[in-house]
Design a protein around this ligand. Structure first.
Ligand SMILES: [Zn+2]
Length: 156
């Protein structure tokens, strides 16, 4: 029997059980969180082999015109992960904002960066380096370009 696919209770990536494969992998660095818009964005980042941390899937990007407001995304869940990681996990030290290089993705990244500056000033917030095709989804970036963007990420 095939197990039902749901969302990971920690990062909201696709999961076959309560937690996804990445969140249950002890070798993945829990102090480093990569924020993406959709579960499909985890795949291209994984393909680069540049990222050994964990993820947080927002479930979209901020777009007031389309009625997508902060409370529609998994933002509070992200802040809660940073404010109070499980006792056995190290504190979060860096959040990589890997939202799409689109208007809504950029707006979302800036919103999160501002919120984290206020709530968790000790956490380093970075954004993928430029070089990704502007206006395109992360999903369509090739792994070399995306790998370079990850390696060259800059502090916001
Ligand atoms: Zn997960």
């Amino acid at each position: 029997m095939k197990e039902k696919i749901g969302l990971c209770e920690v990062c909201f990536n696709l999961a076959e059980g309560p937690r996804c494969r990445i969140c249950t992998d002890e070798r993945r660095d829990a102090g480093l969180i990569c924020v993406v818009e959709e579960p499909g964005d985890v795949i291209p980042v994984e393909r680069t082999h540049e990222f050994r941390g964990r993820y947080h899937v927002l479930g979209g990007a901020l777009s007031p015109i389309d009625g997508v407001d902060p409370e529609d995304l998994k933002l509070e869940e992200l802040y809660a992960r940073i404010a109070g990681p499980p006792a056995h996990d190290p504190p979060v030290r860096e959040v990589v904002l890997a939202t799409n290089p689109t208007t809504t993705g950029e707006a979302t990244a800036l919103h999160i960066a501002a919120a984290l500056r206020e709530r968790a000033p000790e956490v380093v917030v970075t954004r993928l380096a430029s070089g990704l095709p502007v206006g395109a989804d992360l999903e369509y970036a090739d792994e070399v370009t995306l790998g370079k963007a990850l390696a060259g990420r800059r502090t916001l």
